[in-house]
Design a protein around this ligand. Structure first.
Ligand SMILES: Nc1ncnc2c1ncn2[C@@H]1O[C@H](COP(=O)(O)OP(=O)(O)O)[C@@H](O)[C@H]1O
Ligand SMILES: [Mg+2]
Length: 323
């Protein structure tokens, strides 16, 4: 479809460790449309970061690798793209914001120099004066006084550092932004501000975004669609309305959303899902959630359910398979 910016088909990603092969992504399918915010949720170890790193081909060299599947960005298969093509895409058309701002900032360069660096790399025709002006505008955009451009990262608070990272990520007005828990390392009070800012900028620049987050409140507020990930697969996805208001859900989604305290329903106790994620070094015949699922049937242990679709709402569970 024309307005699709990213399409991931049957992606399999593994990590080689000294002793094992970790099957981190197991047949993932995902579509992001232009200008849309997709919330990617799921517990730690589900494969969210691996998905983002695979798109940018930034998996740890000699350890992580794409085993199967395709990732299409504007129709171009990134799994087959040359390293040179990927370099031209990174930071220019597709940007990533990591969980910890310090992992993206260089402590020995001023923040101004770091914003400038991306522009110099990707906007080669810009004059010195234009670059300077753009850096100042970007700093204003994330509400940091341009007068501070000569300061170093350590002179800024955590929230400000992450706002600088956002300015760097948006410097070239990318079409697609991958934000991996962008506020997890920040104080709760600052988290909302940074997310609000990201939402505003996304609207202004019409950037498509994959927002990886644990915060379902944020998902409800700023995302258009939601994909729920479990053990390297998307087990349910749909619009925010499908996921938050629909009656049909994958038992894992029910558990995940049930474990979040809901301000409206006065539910006081968290309901963690019993059990643990399956061992990622083993291959499974059946549904990976079967061992933790209170609805588990014989068939669930024997084979993988196909995707049941209700319009744009998809659930991968035998409870929803039409006979
Ligand atoms: N560098 C690595 N080497 C080996 N295994 C890894 C590595 N990075 C991630 N994994 C494994 O891949 C799976 C997915 O991890 P990750 O993508 O970080 O999940 P999430 O971001 O959802 O928490 C987990 O089982 C994790 O232990
Ligand atoms: Mg992660």
């Amino acid at each position: 479809m024309q307005d699709v910016i990213l399409e991931i088909k049957n992606l399999h990603v593994n990590y080689r460790t000294d002793t094992d092969l970790v099957y981190a992504i197991n047949g993932l399918n995902l579509t992001v449309r232009k200008g849309q915010i997709l919330g990617l949720v799921g517990e730690t170890g589900a494969g969210k970061t691996t998905t983002a790193l695979s798109i940018l081909r930034l998996l740890q060299k000699d350890i992580g690798y794409i085993d199967k599947g395709e990732i299409y960005y504007n129709g171009q298969n990134l799994t087959k793209a040359s390293e040179k093509d990927m370099e031209a895409l990174r930071g220019n058309y597709i940007s990533m914001i990591f969980q910890d701002p310090m992992s993206s900032l260089n402590p020995i360069l001023t923040v101004g120099e770091q914003i400038e660096e991306v522009l110099k790399l990707h906007r080669t025709g810009m004059s010195k004066k234009d670059i300077e002006e753009t850096v100042e505008n970007l700093m204003r955009m994330v509400s940091i006084s341009p007068q501070r451009k000569k300061e170093y990262p350590h002179q800024f608070s955590g929230g400000m550092k992450q706002r600088i990272v956002i300015a760097i990520a948006l410097a070239c007005e990318p079409d697609l932004l991958l934000a991996d828990e962008p506020t997890t390392a920040l104080d709760v009070t600052i988290q909302a501000q940074v997310l609000e800012l990201m939402g505003e900028l996304q609207k202004k620049l019409n950037t498509a975004m994959i927002l990886i987050t644990h915060d379902l409140g944020v998902v409800a507020e700023i995302c258009d669609t939601v994909a729920v990930m479990y053990a390297g697969e998307i087990i349910e996805n749909g619009t925010v309305e499908d996921i938050f208001e629909g009656d049909r859900h994958h038992p894992y989604t029910v558990g995940l959303f049930g474990s979040i305290p809901d301000l409206h329903s006065k539910k006081k106790r968290l309901e963690p899902i019993p059990g643990m994620m399956p061992d990622p070094t083993k291959l499974y015949e059946g549904c990976r959630f079967a061992a933790r699922c209170k609805h588990c049937m014989d068939i669930c242990k024997a084979s993988m359910p196909a995707a049941a679709e209700y319009g744009a709402h998809m659930i991968r569970c035998f409870l929803f398979q039409q006979p």
